[in-house]
Structure formats: C-alpha cells, structure tokens
Design a protein around this ligand. Structure first.
Ligand code: NAP
Length: 259
C-alpha cells in the first residue's frame, strides 16, 4: 500500500485530454489537488469540472509550455490555489507526422518548442515552488518512440522524446539536493480521443502488434506516474518506466506470431 498523496498539490500539463487528462484524473482520485493545464483554458476547465464532479479537487488553467512566463503563471496559480506545489507531471506534447524530405525547419522547431523546450520550461517554472515541498516530484511523459523504437515520419518527435531523457538525467543530479526526484514514463500505444477517431480497424491493427493484445488506457500511464510521485518511490530518480503492454519486446513479426 502506497502512502496517500491526499492534499498534495499537483500540476499536470496537457491535461485537458488524452494521457494528461488520465494522469490528472488518477491524481485527483488519489486525493491530489490538481491544476489542469493546457493552452485552451475552457477545455482545461471542462476537464477539471469532470474531476470535481467525481469528488476530486481540480481547476483549469490556460498556459503554453513553450513560454516561460506562461508556465510561471501556471506554477503561481497552483501555489496560490493549493498552498504550494509538490508534483509536476510534464506531459504536454504534439506529434505531427512529416518525413525528413518533406519536413521544413519550422516544423522541426515547432515540435521541439513544445516537446523538448516545453519540458525544460515546465521544470524551470515549477522548480522554485517544488523546492518548498517535503517530497518534490517531477514525472515526464516521454514515449517508446525515440528512446527505444522508431517510426517513419517521426524523426523530430523521436528526437524530442529521447532528448527529454537526456535532460532528465542531468536534471536529476541538479535537483537531488532539494530532495526532488525526476523520472519519465514511456507510453506505448495508448487509446486517446484522437486515436478513437481513426476507427476500430486502425485500433485492431495496432493492438495486434502488442503482446498483451490491446492498447493501453490513459489511466495506465496515470498509475505509473502516481507510483513515481509516491513517497515510496523517493529513492528512484533519473530513470524510466515503459508502459506498453510488451510492445517493444518481440524481435520480429515471426516472434510475435509464434507466441
Ligand atoms: P493529446 O490527446 O493530443 O493531448 C495533448 C494535450 O497537450 C492537450 O491537452 C493539449 O491541449 C496539450 N498541449 C499541446 N501543446 C501544448 C502546449 N504548447 N502547451 C500546453 N499544453 C499543450 O495527446 P496525448 O496522445 O494524450 O499525448 C500526451 C503525451 O503523451 C505527449 O507528450 C505524447 O508525446 C505522449 N505519448 C502519447 C502516446 C499515445 O499513444 N497517445 C504514446 C507515447 C507518448 P491544448 O491544445 O489546448 O494546449
């Protein structure tokens, strides 16, 4: 049994939908006071309202992770509304597809600004308040794509997600003196609203490449993040948890089918 996070102040970026909303929901259900952050403030507030309706403490805030002043305002809001900040889940990310030959430099820069610079900015903006916590925790949402696997059209995405881990390892050393840990969850294929729109055939095709035979749910990432944020995970820092139903294991299609 993990120590409850009841009353802890939690900021989740990219939490109006998808994985971030799943993380926020898990933390709110566990008793955290959650600031739901996304650029669209109405959507962030609507997601927070769902969490309140389920008995949680949550409110929305509009901020852009690629902008330091914007994220400093988000951190300040978490501090004012919830009496400080204990946990940051830096989850916001985008994944437009473009092959190298078709990608212009602005597309590369735009993705990096959200996924890689956004992780740095989120941590930088929240650090002053996290330093005041008894058990500061940072959890990044990376991906299997980049750190472990590749997918045509996602050179920029894969580089950003692998880059987050390079950032994390040195950050872990810098924030250790404040008793803060930083780790990353690496999701495989997770069922989000965006994926649902692609239809059942697409989802079935993706599920067929996963040994556990199904896509992950957003809460699966939330539970891994909740563990990394727990008191009991206090000696774990600078490392990763893969949450992918075994997707990275098969060394070939034959290996997958053989089982
Ligand atoms: P999603 O459903 O598209 O949701 C993305 C969230 O991020 C939204 O709340 C969006 O709201 C917010 N966001 C985007 N840009 C932002 C910015 N600049 N500042 C603040 N918020 C921003 O995405 P998802 O599939 O849940 O993915 C979430 C994270 O998981 C990403 O980092 C992604 O790379 C990672 N991941 C996803 C999967 C998967 O299977 N879905 C697998 C591996 C890793 P606004 O547009 O209103 O800002």
């Amino acid at each position: 049994m993990l120590t409850s996070i009841e009353g802890k102040s939690v900021l989740v970026t990219g939490a109006s939908k998808g994985i971030g909303k799943g993380i926020a929901r898990v933390f709110a259900k566990a008793g955290g006071k959650v600031l739901v952050v996304s650029r669209n403030g109405d959507e962030a507030e609507a997601a927070a309202e769902e969490m309140r309706a389920a008995g949680g403490v949550a409110s929305g805030f509009s901020a852009d992770v690629s902008d330091l002043a914007s994220m400093e305002a988000a951190a300040a809001a978490a501090g004012e509304r919830h009496g400080g900040l204990d946990m940051l889940c830096a989850n916001a990310g985008i994944f437009p597809s473009a092959k190298i030959e078709d990608m212009d430099v602005a597309e590369w820069d735009g993705l990096m600004a959200t996924n890689l610079k956004g992780a740095f900015i989120s941590v930088k903006a929240c650090l002053p308040l996290l330093k005041g916590s008894e058990c500061g925790r940072i959890v990044l949402t990376s991906s299997i794509t980049g750190p472990i696997t590749g997918f045509p059209g996602w050179t920029h995405y894969g580089a950003s997600k692998a880059g987050q881990l390079g950032f994390m390892r040195t950050a872990a050393m810098e924030v250790a003196k404040y008793g803060i840990t930083i780790n990353a969850v690496l999701p495989g294929n997770i069922e989000t609203e965006g994926l649902a729109e692609l239809g059942q055939d697409y989802k079935d095709g993706m599920a067929a490449s996963i040994p556990l035979g199904k896509l992950g749910q957003v809460e699966d990432i939330g539970y891994a993040a909740l563990f990394l944020a727990s008191k009991e995970a206090g000696f774990i820092t600078g490392t990763t948890i893969v949450v992918d139903g075994g997707q990275i294991i098969p060394e070939s299609l034959e290996a997958l089918q053989e089982a």
